[in-house]
Write a protein of this length. Structure first.
Ligand code: ATP
Length: 311
């Protein structure tokens, strides 16, 4: 086992014995929405650099739950990808602990990960072959593989392309294929590391819909992004700066909290420009117009405008 990575052991777990989160413990078994998937305690990662160790994560405490959509934001080099890789079991900790439950195969159920460049994650010559291979590698019983592959490809609207050569797929289609692989193995958690950065708006929507499907099925979705309108479906926003958690709350409090106008919100304090709809809402409020709720997307504003016209 890599140094610094602790496999969660339900037999010896003592909830509340660490300083992380709410002291809840990761759950074994199929798990329900809301059950704890992972707990990070004082997690730190130091990379070797020419001028000495570089701290990419510096003492992160976090509890992540099944079915939760957690958006991870922060400036460049703040540690988002490093945290995603830690959650995926791809990056050992230099200090602290990560606890995840065992999967059905008895191995730690780290998150699966969908990257910006999906090519490195695809091994099959066709989508069908690729998803079947993922299932085989995950130890799924041979007699169930075909049915699960078919269902997963159908879930991302990919059944008609099941036998198309992977080389003929677009970047967005490859992303959806990676997600089909995730859906097929029914993971406890999936990290999307800027998975939509290279996609057109339609492909972006499809990938987000597939991620929502995963969350509905009870997986934790960790959504790393620079596109702040993508915070809309999240229940929770975690912001990093210099490897530390500097905000952990709802999208509404990220864009509208701070009690001091638009320049004092957590979003503004991180130096980010909020989505257009948030800016419009703040401008309306500055003119004394009541804007109920916390609109993030243009359609949220449109709903409010409908109410005004109806009156
Ligand atoms: N393999 C590595 N070796 C050395 N340093 C690394 C490595 N990976 C990341 N780093 C450094 O760790 C810090 C955090 O990087 P990370 O990629 O986690 O940040 P990020 O928030 O995802 O950045 P971005 O938004 O630019 O993708 C940066 O200073 C980066 O240079």
């Amino acid at each position: 086992m890599p140094q610094g990575m602790d496999r969660f052991d339900a037999a010896t777990a003592t909830p509340g014995s660490t300083t992380a989160g709410d002291g809840a413990s990761p759950q074994h078994g199929p798990g329900t929405r809301g059950a704890v998937w992972a707990r990070l305690s004082d997690a730190a990662v130091a990379y070797a650099a020419a001028d000495g160790p570089r701290l990419a994560l510096a003492g992160v405490n976090l509890v992540i739950r099944r079915g939760e959509w957690l958006a991870l934001v922060g400036p460049n080099a703040s540690g988002k990808s490093t945290l995603g890789r830690v959650l995926a079991g791809l990056c050992p900790l230099s200090r602290g602990r990560i606890e995840v439950p065992d999967g059905p195969d008895g191995r730690p159920a780290y998150a699966r990960i969908v990257l910006q460049q999906p090519d490195a994650q695809i091994v099959g010559a066709t989508p069908w072959e690729d998803v079947c291979f993922t299932l085989e590698q995950s130890g799924v019983a041979a007699e169930t593989i075909a049915a699960r592959a078919r269902q997963a490809l159908a879930d991302v609207g990919f059944l008609e392309m099941a036998y198309r050569p992977v080389d003929h797929l677009s970047g967005g289609q490859k992303q959806r294929l990676c997600i089909a692989g995730c859906l097929a193995v029914d993971p406890q958690a999936v990290v999307f590391d800027e998975a939509t950065a290279l996609l057109d708006p339609l492909a972006q929507q499809r990938v987000m819909a597939a991620a929502a499907h995963l969350a509905q099925k009870g997986a934790a979705v960790i959504w790393v992004t620079h596109r702040l309108e993508e915070l809309a479906p999240a229940q929770r926003v975690v912001a990093l700066a210099d490897g530390r958690v500097v905000f952990d709350g709802t999208p509404a409090s990220f864009f509208y909290g701070g009690d001091g106008g638009p320049e004092h919100t957590p979003c503004a304090r991180l130096g980010f420009s909020p989505p257009f709809a948030v800016q419009v809402a703040w401008h309306l409020r500055a003119r004394g117009i009541t804007v109920p709720g916390a609109p993030i997307l243009p359609e949220d504003l449109a709903v409010l405008a409908e109410g005004v016209v109806a009156r």
